[in-house]
Every structure is written in structure tokens, then in C-alpha cells.
Design a protein around this ligand. Sequence first.
Ligand SMILES: NC(=O)NCCC(=O)O
Length: 337
Amino acid sequence: MEKPQNGEEKEETTASFCGYDSLHRLLKDNLNPHHFQEVSRLLTGLNCGKALEAVSLPESATSLSAEHGFDIQAFSFCADKELLREPRIVRVGLIQNSIVLPTTAHFADQKKAIFEKLKPIIEAAGSSGVNVLCLQEAWMMPFAFCTREKRWCEFAEPVDGESTKFLQSFALKYNMVIVSPILERDINHGEVIWNTAVVIGNHGNIIGKHRKNHIPRVGDFNESTYYMEGNTGHPVFETAFGKIAINICYGRHHPLNWLAFGLNGAEIVFNPSATVGELSEPMWPIEARNAAIANSYFVASINRVGTETFPNQFTSGDGKPAHADFGHFYPAIGTAC
Ligand SMILES: NC(=O)NCCC(=O)O
């Protein structure tokens, strides 16, 4: 994840929680250790009776983080030890990033800059032994669906396109499954556009894809201008490290969506998102955890970070003045259960 603003800077305009990069950080900095532990116990629960444990990361990863200015954190979640089976340890990685160039830059340059930015972050995940890595929703472009302008469709790619090829080499190099949420262009069916997560196997193979099945028509999320409800059902993908599913962003508000992935056998459900604080931040800590508790699987949720502005004014159809700023994508930390 990119290095967030910290509490000392009190950057209320860009950070999510009164100048802190997370609620967790705000509480930790302001409560005494006992109160912090008790509040954490109530907010996030305990992990087999203990507070969440940080995992130490290899120097190869921390040096990349220092050199390229991104934040990297790792925690372990354990289940009760069984007597007859060895534990199956799976390392899950999540990447949240802002875009690099202004949205007015040439589209090819914007995409290339995102690729360049992600390279060391993916390397850090790979060298930390991550088994399954998930990127954020439509990671290869700005989240331009507020604008309703057609030209952003140019970012769309076939499932085996540029972004998949870029990630396949990392999957192979690090023996790592990668979930890659992209804007898809279905070149075999009239170039229909979808919001799709491509699942790349640990041998660099394409295991399959899932298309977002609940499309928001709320606030600035005018996504149905671009793509409609996906036609892939609720697939669960068998990977070398477990059975995974992807519930893309807005799908997290729909309990039956989570249930269907569970009934189909998912052990980990990823929730790559792009959402802003004003709309969904209060729901964020509840939805993924509730899904995990109710369906007996792990949930790994991520959002974008940063603020994206667009060259032309757009409206939400809510009677408010036109604007060019999508709002701040809040960092989502520690929502796996
Ligand atoms: N990308 C997307 O589905 N956003 C929806 C916003 C939300 O539900 O928080």
C-alpha cells in the first residue's frame, strides 16, 4: 500500500480519519495500551484469544518499501490448532494504490505509469512469500466511471490483454496466484465492456474470470453507463493455495452474493473495491467481517487510495453542483476476518 499520511501531519483534507491514515492508527495514538486493546477486542475481535500479531517481513520487501515509498504491513490470523491435521498456511497479499499521472495525460502513459508503480510493490509481495495476491478494482486505470464519458472505455482490455500479460510474469516468478480486476473488453462478443476480475494461476496460466454482478447506480458511481451486471454467476476458482472467489466492490452490500460464493465452496473471498468515504466508509468495517462470520470463510477487502480528479465537470444527478473531483478513496486496513 502507498505510504499514508500519518497522524502527526494532521492532513484532514486527504487522510480519512481526522488526519490519521486509519481508525486503528487514530485509536492507537490516543488511547492508553489497555484501552486500545479493549476497544480493538470489541471492534475487530480477538485472534484465538490474542491480539492480532504482526508478521515480520524480509529485508528484500522492506527495502523495496523504503526505496519506493510505499507502506507495507503484515498480520497473521490463526485458527484453533487441530490435533489430526497440520495447519494450512496461506499468505494473502492486497495492494491499494493511487494513480500516478493526471487523468489528462495520454492514456498509454497513464497505464504504463501505474504498471511501473506496481512493479516494486508486487515484487515486495512476491518476495514476502505471498501465495495469493489481489489488486484493487480496475487497477489499471483511473476510476473514471463518474464522468459517463465514452473515451475511458479505451482502457478496456481482453482477459488475456496487456495487464494480464504484465502480471503473468510475476505469478510465474513468485509461484503466486494473482487476482487482477480490470475493465474488460469481450472481443469475442461485440466488444462488450465488463468489470472483471481475472484469476491468474501460480504458473502464469489464466484460471478464469468473474464479472462484477451488482453494478452501482448511486452518487458518482455511474457504472451502468459502461457495463451491466456480469454473466458469470458465482464462480469459485480452485487454486494451488485454496478455493477463492471475488465479490467485486458493490457486491459487498448484497448478502446473497456472499452466501452464493460460500455455498459454492469459497475459502477466501476477495473484495476489490473503489469507493469513497462519504458513501461507504461507515459500512466498510461491518460488511466484510459479517460476511466472513456468516459464511465461515476469510474475506480480504481492499479499496483504492488517493483522490482522482477529471478534466470535465460531471454531476451525480443529485441536484448538487457539477464537480470534477471524485472524492477521496479511503485506505482500507485490516478488514480480513
Ligand atoms: N465501484 C463500486 O462498485 N462502487 C460502489 C460504491 C460503494 O458501494 O461503496
